[in-house]
Design a protein around this ligand. Sequence first.
Ligand code: ADP
Ligand code: MG
Length: 324
Amino acid sequence: MTCFYAHKMGFKTVVLSDIADAPATFVTNQTIIADYSDKDALKKFAQMIDIATFEFENIPLEAVSFLAQHVEVCPNAEVLKITQHRVLEKDFLNSIGAKTADYATSNFEENLKKFGKAILKTATMGYDGKGQFVLKAGDSLPELGSSPWILEKFCPFDSEISVMVVRSKTGEIKAYEPLTNIHKNGILDESHYPAKVSDSLKIKAQNLAKNIAEKIGLIGVLAVEMFVIGDELLVNELAPRPHNSGHFSMDAAVTSQFEQLIRAITGLPLGSTEFHSTGYMKNLIGDEVNNLEEFYKNPNAKIHLYGKAEAKAGRKMGHVNILE
Ligand code: ADP
Ligand code: MG
């Protein structure tokens, strides 16, 4: 989707992917298929482009650090390093005064007793609720192996919201209004605009997201996922890239999150983050992609399909923006 918008704005794109039929390869000017550790491929990629960005934070940090020696990468490797590790991310957030759930990185049994109810998560490589175990005091822990884990206190939140914030290399910064996110089995199912929170909380959430973007030194777009508990906000996760909950901006906002990313990293002025329509984004997960009739019948539903080869259970195959 970033490639679509880059193309519309007159830029050419090159996609580096380790999967031959990755959706982005269908909509880019050129493609390099290579392992992310392939230094020759990374060098060749760097020579073909003026600026690099990423749309998935589970790419090896070493690949991005190496690439950054040859071409400008936005967001930078430091932003990626923090956001691809749940412990570094929570340490960073707390260091700048943003609140998170209580967490522990060792003595899990003891801390589980202290928390009562908690979620054990792999510290790296998790997404869509993968690598997570909900536990209560007394439960036995799963086999942990050698990878790092984090134990987070379970937050009995009222709702979940997220804010997309965009910061340009010129320092210009803007935040979209929050959306309310509804998860099913740990996977985002729907994002609703406007968020079902008070106006003052909306502003608080936008300011929180802007502060995080400034402090982390973001150039690009960043999703800030938050738990709402009364009038308090706890930051759950950061994603330094276009985010699923930002997809509603494609059809309902003056400027989509993808266009903002291109503007931010090329130093163009940012577009308006205003939403001109209310409604919601519905993910098409697994088989849901085979039942599009109701959406095609709705003239205010905008369907986006990704062209992924197989509709496996739990896989995001596309999304629909429904304007109300
Ligand atoms: P992922 O990287 O898979 O998106 P998240 O940390 O965002 O991982 O967790 C997925 C979902 O699980 C969250 O959106 C939320 O619904 C639930 N969740 C995660 N952490 C907690 C927590 N500490 N307390 C309560 N619910 C949580
Ligand atoms: Mg998440």
